[in-house]
Design a protein around this ligand. Sequence first.
Ligand code: NCD
Length: 306
Amino acid sequence: MRHLMSPLDFTVEELNTLMDLANDIEANPAKYAHACAGKKLATLFFEPSTRTRLSHEAAMLNLGGSILGFSSADSSSAAKGESVTDTIQTVSCYSDIIAMRHPKEGAPMVAARRSTVPIINAGDGGHQHPTQTLTDLLTIRSIMGRLDNLTVGLCGDLKFGRTVHSLIEALVRYTGIKFVLISPEELRLPSYIRKDVLDRHGFPYEEVESLDEALPQLDVLYMTRVQKERFFNEEDYVRMKDFYILDSKKMELAKKDMCVLHPLPRVNEISVDVDNDPRAVYFKQVQYGVYVRMALILTLLEINVE
Ligand code: NCD
């Protein structure tokens, strides 16, 4: 039995197979419409979510399966003091696969040790968000046609943004990737990723504060929101929250074929006037998120559709 805890749980070859499957699902949805008939997905969300929870649920429904779950810790027995492992052992009796989001780093790994069904880490605190990374990789591969030889700008809250951490870990395995890490000093990438993932492998990257200066060289711009819920005090958040605002004027500095991704939700960091720019692909990214989660559910349940 396999779980998905980190993007590194799949080899590059396995990722390619998964993305090929997602593209086939996109092209031939009817072929997969009953692939998970009789199977149940439980979504256990101890932290808020719109896209991640609903896209896992939409994915299972598109595959002909059923869904159950809860969308906040308050509405589960966690509010009565139940441990994550007890919750998981219980829900393993009700479902065939579980997608779980938790504010504590590592909680899905603890859950996986006691689960009798595959667990998908749908975000653990400021640590990892592997299904967002699968979404991001599929989006870049489908739109840019490749996952190598790209200069990727990651902009915003690189300290607490788990989507950035997972995306970096996944992309360092491709060739010709260069990162431009765009953040204010206080929201720089944590050293456990900078040193252990980038420096240790001699991986090319620069750390800059100015988005304007970085923009002209980028093939992909990955914008992120400042992660309000991970700040210790409101004042620091207020000071940081509007540090970057991408608008149509700034987009004039970018390459004509650059693409802008964002895991969403957006707060102020991308002005709505960018939405109509063909380079803004963050709502296409949402759609790719459903296809890739369909492919993931099939893969973890070891269901082959001929
Ligand atoms: C991201 C998350 O939860 O980390 N959202 C998502 O799942 N698409 C990004 C964010 O909340 O900023």
